[in-house]
Design a protein around this ligand. Structure first.
Ligand code: GLU
Length: 476
């Protein structure tokens, strides 16, 4: 049997992290078993579904590298098929027309509540052997209801939660087509899962209550129900419902925050799944090791600090060809042209130990790609003093005479200069930093200057000296 899984988002918003984790689990399970992973857009709720949301879902999936193995399916393009199956079910007697008006249903409900019964459809249009149905009222468009088995149980051997049992007596005769003929949500899911040959339905556990109904319809159609894995929800770090404040954001917001897609996947896979105490997994390792035996049945907690930690581990070790395009994206997003500065590879190597995110890296590397627009006020007050100006001026002429502009040569020159003045390196390096980077943080000074290049370095040293002189003129 080939494993076929699907991710079936409703396009009513972004691909948020809960959805992305469900998609990832489905993807990994299919790949692990050499199967197929499919994408289905559940867009039958036309009022809430938007094209922007569809695009946002595709964008998020593409960024995470969770590729559907065939073209995505849209439910809105399958109405003919749904109608066809409904007609078959009516003919087979597994579904029936119900002519109850809204008022009648309301009355039924009120009476049940008054009798302290659970409100449910009482089956008045349900055909039974020997039963006389009410006369068909004129001018009423009927709904179509599924003829749910009256007794017995539905047992879901859930791959995460273990056996879940529902009594059929608890389940209503579900409406599968509305009076206007449009099919309902649970019905579309069933037909799609069946037609797509889905073998494993992996979805959020907010769908557990739909599952027995879907299984019953599948059985009525003569289909073998798939296996189910209901994934527990994600809670905030404080154990309450996940909200924006906790990190319940769209995955593309994580891109903007400076996460690498592979780090995001790694963080997500550990939300509920574990493999011993291993924390870091390549995509290949995730595929090889993912299973449902080690997916927790209790809710996972979102931990932003851990997400940052994972991202930093990736930034430090990921192959440069993975990091470069993302870093490039961030620089451009800040309005910078990556061609107007050092090679991105070199900047990444110089910065990645000290940056947890690509956003931080881009912010700390801005000065490599654009002119300084000013100095960090505090850093300048501390490090761009009259003494420092004298040092910077003298150093600039030393550096101007360097035959080769390499990190080694700069290292020797700056160290030699500090020694000749009887100063520790920090006393010299900090003013240089503020002069060239606008702030007192940068990679080691020799690397910083090597990356920045001779022309920019000398111009900025001179500008810093000017800045100090300008200030003292203004004060006198
Ligand atoms: N469209 C549903 C949702 O976004 C998922 C349904 C399913 O996976 O069966 O919650």
């Amino acid at each position: 049997m080939t494993v076929v899984t699907r991710f079936a988002p409703s396009p009513t918003g972004f691909l948020h992290i809960g959805g992305a984790r469900t998609a990832l689990f489905s993807y990994l399970y299919a790949k692990r078993h050499g199967g197929r992973f499919l994408l289905r857009i559940e867009d039958t709720d036309r009022e809430r579904s938007t094209q922007e949301a569809v695009d946002a879902i595709f964008e998020g999936m593409a960024w995470l590298g969770l590729k559907s193995d065939v073209e995505p399916i849209y439910q809105t393009q399958r109405f003919d098929r749904y109608r066809e199956v409904i007609a078959q079910m009516l003919a087979a007697g597994t579904a029936y027309r119900c002519y109850c008006s809204k008022e009648e249903l309301e009355q039924m409900r009120n009476e049940q509540i008054a009798r302290k019964e659970k409100p449910r459809y009482d089956g008045r249009w349900r055909p039974e052997p020997g039963k006389r149905l009410p006369p068909v009222p004129e001018g009423v468009q009927p709904v179509v209801r599924f003829r749910n088995p009256a007794d017995g149980q539905v047992v879901i051997p859930d791959l995460i939660k273990g056996e879940i049992v529902f009594d059929n007596a608890e389940l209503d005769d579900l409406i599968i087509a509305r009076a206007d003929g449009t099919p309902t949500y649970n019905f579309c899911v069933v037909v799609d899962d069946w037609d797509m040959g889905i073998t494993h339905v992996i979805r959020g556990d907010d769908h557990v209550n739909n599952t027995p109904r879907q299984i019953n319809i599948l059985k009525a159609l003569g289909a073998t129900p798939p296996q189910y894995a209901h994934v527990s929800m994600i809670l905030g770090a404080d154990g309450t419902k996940l909200s924006k404040r906790h990190g319940a954001l769209g995955v593309m917001e994580y891109r903007a925050m400076g996460f690498l897609p592979e780090a995001m996947l790694n963080y997500l896979v550990r939300l509920g799944w574990s493999h011993g105490d291993q924390e870091l997994f390549t995509r290949q390792e995730m595929i090889e090791k993912f299973d449902f035996d080690h997916v927790s049945a209790s809710p996972a907690r979102f931990d932003m600090e851990k997400a940052y930690w994972v991202n930093h581990q990736y930034l430090k070790t990921a192959p440069l060809d993975v990091v470069v395009p993302e870093f490039d994206w961030h620089l451009r997003r800040m309005g910078l042209d990556p061609a107007q500065g050092p090679r991105l590879e070199d900047v990444i190597l110089a910065q990645r130990e000290r940056c947890r995110t690509l956003l931080e890296m881009a912010e700390k590397s801005h000065f490599f790609y654009a002119d300084l627009t000013g100095y960090n006020e505090k850093d300048a007050a501390k490090h761009l003093t009259a003494d420092a100006a004298e040092l910077l001026e003298a150093l600039a002429s030393v550096l101007a005479g360097l035959p080769a502009w390499t990190a080694e040569a700069l290292h020797a020159a700056v160290n030699g200069f500090a020694e000749s003045r009887g100063l520790g390196l920090g006393k010299v390096a900090q003013p240089i930093r503020v002069a060239v980077a606008g702030m007192a943080v940068s990679p080691p000074i020799d690397q910083t200057l090597a990356l920045l290049g001779r022309t920019r370095t000398l111009a900025r040293l001179t500008a810093a000296v000017e800045h100090v002189h300008g200030k003292s003129r203004a004060n006198s």
